[in-house]
Design a protein around this ligand. Structure first.
Ligand SMILES: Cc1cc2nc3c(=O)[nH]c(=O)nc-3n(C[C@H](O)[C@H](O)[C@H](O)COP(=O)(O)OP(=O)(O)OC[C@H]3O[C@@H](n4cnc5c(N)ncnc54)[C@H](O)[C@@H]3O)c2cc1C
Length: 318
């Protein structure tokens, strides 16, 4: 069998998007993944465009800004599952303009009528909301349409891959696969409920009882959440779920008595800084690492995929 131009390891949003960018630019890339897209952390994400627990800020701003633009274009394609929604982030104290404001079109201060009782400041803006079950299917179809194949397989070393370039998008799996002990889980629990007619998202990051957010999708809403650093437990905790529903209902009374559809937990791939760089592996085979996106993998996916493509092209032209 001919040696592949590139193999992307990982079938979450980061690997799939990188693989699409590669194939659509003419690089023969396949995917090898332990878990298929709908069983990854990416499938649990809320998912709104919003920089959260991902660093460094300057890279996040540039990758995030690029991803915002791609999502905006995709929102014209209904089967992508990307919606442009307006909403607010709210604060119990006066805050400066958000550091990421340059990546979105327009951020304005909330009027008093937009703030729930007890909140004194807020930012209103429009952002992409990505319905992950729909979006991951869209990405898989797009990858297949570009001639790509996904092979389900768990690797114990990147050296097992036979390709001219290996792209490492294994998220939290990098802890074992490349011995990156700086990777740590940031546990997130969410409750999926029927949408009682909400359109606006609401983010309350600094809620003293825990990070709180309401992300309305088309038929359901994702209510969050938690951000528990170093916590590996994938079982939803009923008490935590009750707290999430209580906090969200306090912010949005129309959620009172809403039907609960599902409880989910995901482990965000936490790292002090996203790792997106080239390294030479065994026999000089170039590896491109693209992992550690914390709470912003969807927010950064296209910017990081294009950067990956740029590095692959550099490697191929050397
Ligand atoms: C509750 C929650 C809410 C979130 N909300 C948002 C949000 O609103 N916006 C946002 O931008 N982000 C959000 N995130 C974060 C986002 O989900 C992650 O940053 C993103 O999913 C990371 O994607 P990934 O592709 O790197 O990892 P993953 O989705 O975990 O995919 C990793 C892939 O690598 C494979 N893999 C791992 N190890 C191996 C191995 N040894 N061999 C072969 N394959 C391997 C896995 O099987 C999988 O296919 C949220 C996360 C959670 C948990």
């Amino acid at each position: 069998m001919a040696r592949a131009d590139a193999v992307v390891v990982g079938g979450g949003v980061i690997g799939l998007t990188a693989a699409i960018c590669l194939r659509e630019a003419g690089v023969e890339a396949g995917i090898v993944a332990a878990r298929l897209p709908h069983a990854t952390t990416s499938s649990v994400a809320a998912a709104i465009w919003y920089p959260y627990k991902a660093y460094p800020e300057d890279s996040v701003l540039s990758w995030g800004g690029r991803t915002f633009k791609v999502f905006e274009e995709l929102s014209d394609t209904p089967e992508s599952g990307v919606l442009m929604r307006e909403g607010v982030e709210i604060w119990r104290e006066r805050v400066p303009d958000p550091w990421w404001a340059g990546a979105v079109h327009h951020v304005r201060r909330c009027g008093d009528d937009e703030l729930p009782p007890g909140y004194i400041d807020g930012h209103a803006f429009a952002a992409p909301v990505v319905e992950m079950p729909v979006y991951l299917t869209y990405l898989m179809d797009r990858f297949a349409a570009a001639g790509g194949n996904v092979q389900q397989r768990t690797l114990s070393s990147l050296d097992e891959v036979d390709a001219r370039v290996v792209v490492n998008c294994v998220g939290l799996g990098a802890r074992d696969l490349v011995d990156d002990t700086s990777m740590a889980p940031i546990r997130g629990q969410v409750v999926r409920v029927r949408n009682p007619g909400l359109k606006r998202f609401m983010l309350d990051e600094e809620n003293p009882e825990g990070v709180t957010y309401i992300i309305p999708r088309s038929d359901d809403c994702i209510l969050g959440g938690t951000a528990e650093e170093g916590e590996w437990d994938l079982e939803p905790d009923p008490e935590t779920a009750a707290g999430i529903v209580r906090r969200c209902t306090r912010l949005e009374p129309r959620l009172a008595g809403v039907e609960v559809l599902e409880h989910r937990v995901g482990l965000r791939p936490g790292r002090a800084e996203i790792r997106l760089e080239r390294e030479d592996g065994q026999g000089g085979v170039p590896r491109i690492h693209n992992y550690g996106h914390g709470g912003s993998g969807i927010t950064l996916s296209w910017g990081c995929a294009e950067e990956t493509l740029r590095i692959v092209q550099e490697v191929r032209s050397a």
